[in-house]
Design a binder for this molecule. Sequence first.
Ligand code: C2E
Ligand code: CA
Ligand code: CA
Length: 553
Amino acid sequence: MSTTILENELFESFANASDNIYIYVCDMKTDISRWSKNTVDYFNLEGEYIKNTGPKWMEYIHPDDRAAYIKDIEAVFSGASNRHSCQYRAKNKYGDYVWLECKGSVISDENGQPLVFAGLMTRLDNQNKYDPLTHLLTSYEMQKYDFTTGHGAILLLGINSFRMINNTNGFLYGNKVLVALSEYLEQTAGKDNRVFRLQGDEFVILSPNSSKKELGKLFENVNNHCTNIRGLKSFSVSAGLVSYPEDGTDFNTLISNLEHSLEYAKEQKNEWIAEFSDKISQRHLRISQLHEALTKSIRNNFKGFELYFQPILDAKTKKITECESLLRWKTPEIQDTTPYEFIKILEDSGEIREVGTWVMEEALRHAALWQKKYHDIGVSFNVSYIQLLDGEFINKLIAKAQELEVNPQLVMVELTESCNASDTEMLSLQFGKLQKLGFKIAMDDFGTEYASFGLLHDVSMDVLKIDQKFVRGLIREGNLTDMAIIENVVNMCRQLSIQTIAEGIETEEIQDIIRNIGVSYLQGYLYSKPVPAVTFEQMIEKERQCLINENLF
Ligand code: C2E
Ligand code: CA
Ligand code: CA
């Protein structure tokens, strides 16, 4: 009997039908219950089948909610009610309490004896009044607020690099940061203001009586506090600021304007707070337009994307030894964007993965072609950190190089925006795999991020690209710093058998200084801007022709 109840096909079908609904059925005669697999996973239950269910499930329920739960369930089992319906908090696998609505009913046999107790639990996250982690009000509560009357200001706070904090220190540490910040916000917000937690690392302070200026001041206090919380590493926050009714009179408009302002603030190097303005609104519009057009290009077989190539020269011979592939994109409607602008959008949306694979294949296609034509011209291409997160990219790269019979020694991967590279163990593993096969790995823009040295310590590199900022600084009057930095980096690399490339060489004067310091390779407008493949080929052919002529005469 018990197996037919628990092994019911209907149970299987319902259990597979939804992620956010948790299904259970209990054989009342044996007191063995069965739970859908998503329930087992989300609550970390001991298994799909549980004996003696009542007391075991009770341990998951929040102590404050147990009395209400017991009362309801006892009414069902005593026969006083045949339906169980109750809301309570239960602890999930992350150790967080989530609100559940639990509904169930009892089926009795012909003698009135309870036979089966079955039901389902629904998560109430979206409708929760309080956030289970921080106990702050949720965005659901904020939506109820009437923004059409009165004047007020709203601050949206986001923790800077929260993803990195989570990645490096673990999920539980990330939770501690959220709780500590929420406690401080409640303490300092003042009694007239309300604090809400939106999703992830975002918090709102809604102030019906104060001005944007006053909230700006509060933001400063919060940021000062974040550097100094006992037991936590220092972190910082950014913020967007709006006032109502000026910047909107409904929840959706205000939140969207706040999000755009926060996004803008996070991009600024020196300002961590941004008031909503026409400029921010225009900028958001442009990003949306570009994003839409980029997605269209990607779907349209990467139409509009093209690789340009910039020569890299051996510093001793001043001959072209390789080139860097640089992505270009334009459409009939959009002609005025830069790689910095559109690549950032691709990175934020995650579409850099698809485009990055296209770049890699195009770069390898040219490497194969030039290997046949010119034998020893290397090709490098840029890779963003997020392209490497799933390990697939490296496999595709290896497979493509084999398919095209490209010599790995002629291929170099440049890791851009190394500041986000928090999982150095993963990088080390993936790059190690490439290096074993002979591919070269370069760290791009060395020195621009404070994490550069840390990354160098953890991940083996073949080449460092010294950022243009230092190279251009060489001829600024009275500037000894950049010279000292480059000299020391080059010395360090020599000791570590790492080669160096100086980027952004625009004048003979800079070239001479760089060559004197002993940098291995040169790249910059002095030699050539990035050019289409055919132009690059002409450059090589011209150089080789000159060499032949020199040898003849
Ligand atoms: P990057 O990797 O540092 O590339 C060097 C940038 O400096 C290129 O800008 C190049 O045109 C420019 N440059 C080279 N020599 C000089 C010079 O002498 N003076 C000046 N002022 N600039 C010089 P570009 O092509 O606009 O690319 C910008 C950035 O976009 C790249 O910086 C790289 O971070 C990113 N990027 C480009 N292509 C790709 C790609 O395929 N994938 C990814 N993930 N990022 C890419
Ligand atoms: Ca690069
Ligand atoms: Ca660079």
